[in-house]
Design a protein around this ligand. Structure first.
Ligand code: PXP
Length: 249
């Protein structure tokens, strides 16, 4: 059964729209935990467009589940991670002009750099996950980097037109099996919604789904605690073959 990591970047996006103090992602992390979040995820971007340094510091002190820090593989972010010691660091590619993280990391292209960084973070007791496409070459490079986790990018599945969704789901299922055979533990996320999450949650070896935008969007209607509760039902009791039938909850 997969656990649910809730990404609260979009709470910070609303705050930053006014450079205000509300809504405070730290408060909403607590509400997400009350709704059953197994972990809280934030992406501290180089341009600080949503999550701020102060948020990560306060979250480190207050999150009672697990704190997963998404970050680029830079010296600045490494120093922050080593100081704050989140439970997990997920390394993601980052481009200033993108609206959100668009593709997986090119691990093959930066193996030497990543191996050093992964080693230093793991030595400090921080779990390290690499956000990659479900691509055999990338997964083999992840193993060579020494990381123990990968997060499979589910964006292609989420964005696929209906006739292609099944093929994308197969890619994720096969990617998960390959990663496991390489000794890697597997998370997944990006673009998952209340409508499309169940087939991914039903892939047995996936340990955690990281989900943000759809939960924060639903929270506008029902509140964050309830929105997390509703997502957790789908993640923990997915229908095996809802491709892609009646809507959820
Ligand atoms: N996983 C990673 C690595 C991400 O970068 C993001 C987006 O910040 C997510 C999961 C969550 O994606 P979404 O907001 O589309 O649910």
């Amino acid at each position: 059964m997969a656990s649910l990591g809730v990404n609260i970047d979009h709470i910070a996006n609303v705050r930053q729209a006014r450079r205000s103090v509300e809504p405070d992602p730290v408060t909403y992390a607590l509400l997400a935990e009350l709704g059953g979040a197994d972990g809280i995820t934030v992406h501290l971007r180089e341009d600080r467009r949503h999550i701020q340094d102060r948020d990560v510091e306060l979250l480190r002190a207050t999150v009672r589940s697990r704190l997963n820090l998404e970050m680029a593989a830079t010296a600045e972010m490494e120093a922050i991670a080593l100081r704050l010691r989140p439970d997990m660091v997920t390394l993601v590619p980052e481009r200033r002009e993108e609206v959100t993280t668009e593709g997986g990391l090119d691990v093959t292209g930066q193996q030497a750099t990543l191996r050093g960084l992964v080693g230093r973070l793991q030595e400090a007791g921080i779990g390290v996950s690499l956000f990659v496409d479900a691509d055999p070459t990338q997964l083999e490079a992840c193993q060579a980097s020494g990381a123990r986790w990968v997060e499979l990018h589910t964006g292609r599945y989420a964005d696929a037109p209906w006739p292609d969704q099944e093929a994308e789901l197969t890619r994720l299922t096969e990617g998960t099996a390959l990663a496991r055979s390489l000794g890697l533990r597997v998370n997944a996320g990006h673009g998952l919604t209340y409508q499309n999450v169940e087939p991914v949650a039903a892939i047995p070896a996936i340990e955690e789904l990281n989900i943000g935008h759809t939960i924060v969007a639903r929270a506008l209607a029902v509140g964050l605690e309830q929105a997390v509760r509703q997502m957790k039902v789908l993640v923990q009791n997915p229908r095996r073959d809802p491709l892609f039938g009646s809507g959820p909850l």
